[in-house]
Design a protein. Structure first.
Length: 227
């Protein structure tokens, strides 16, 4: 998420503190049962979630769902202090990378969230969630968001999206670099999206908009069904 943190800094000032302040007012309504807060690691996660919701005919804000990029997984505890059961007791959900899942699990447990708190009627009927995070509405990407989107679309379709963004030339140049030659095409595409500030956000939205509705990555589909 390094490029996302750089992108957040100019707009959010002190990042975490400003994001916490922004969500506080909304949390009053959510605590009253009129909405939910979705905690995500960065701006690219929010871009993908909102793009997919729009494709499904949903306006998350109108539904009372507020997606908050935390500026990195390490900030989760601060948001749980404000929004969790010992704070405003807001209905929460979230998305994280596989590498961050153990930290998310520990933070949720420390904050006092338990599986009993998860509203069973909000869980997708297609799959009874077995994992602690699933039951609380926090869903894990295999590797990360970009990996999920690339695998769902396939490399040929992703390259078409890159071409539509006017970046096929830079991608070809990047792919010829010595460090990239031994990597798979999926790995090259994933790495390319992190090579310029703001590019992860750009492609999170573009790839989400290109998805076949029947091939939405499982963590994203289940998150949207949950909220």
């Amino acid at each position: 998420m390094d490029d996302e943190r750089r992108a957040v800094a100019p707009r959010l000032g002190r990042g975490r503190d400003t994001a916490l302040a922004a969500v506080t007012a909304y949390a009053r309504d959510a605590a009253a049962g009129r909405g939910a807060v979705v905690l995500v690691e960065g701006l690219s996660d929010r871009a993908a979630i909102e793009a997919l919701a729009t494709r499904r005919g949903r306006d998350l804000r109108a539904d009372g769902v507020f997606t908050v990029p935390m500026g990195g997984a390490t900030n989760l505890g601060h948001f749980l202090d404000l929004l969790g059961p010992r704070g405003r007791d807001v209905r929460l959900a979230g998305l994280c990378d596989a590498a961050e899942a153990p930290g998310f699990r520990r933070a949720l447990q420390r904050a006092g969230l338990t599986a009993a708190r998860a509203p069973a009627d909000r869980a997708p009927a297609a799959r009874a969630p077995a994992d602690f995070l699933d039951r609380l509405g926090f869903f894990v990407c295999v590797a990360d968001l970009e990996d999920e989107l690339i695998r769902s679309l396939g490399t040929a379709r992703v390259e078409q999206v890159v071409a539509d963004q006017g970046e096929l030339g830079p991608l070809r140049t990047f792919s010829k670099q010595p460090a990239q030659r031994e990597r798979t095409r999926e790995q090259q595409l994933r790495r390319f999206m992190g090579t310029r500030s703001g590019r992860k956000i750009q492609y999170a939205r573009a790839l989400a908009e290109a998805l076949d509705p029947a091939r939405v990555p499982d963590p994203l589909a289940r998150l949207l069904a949950y909220v």
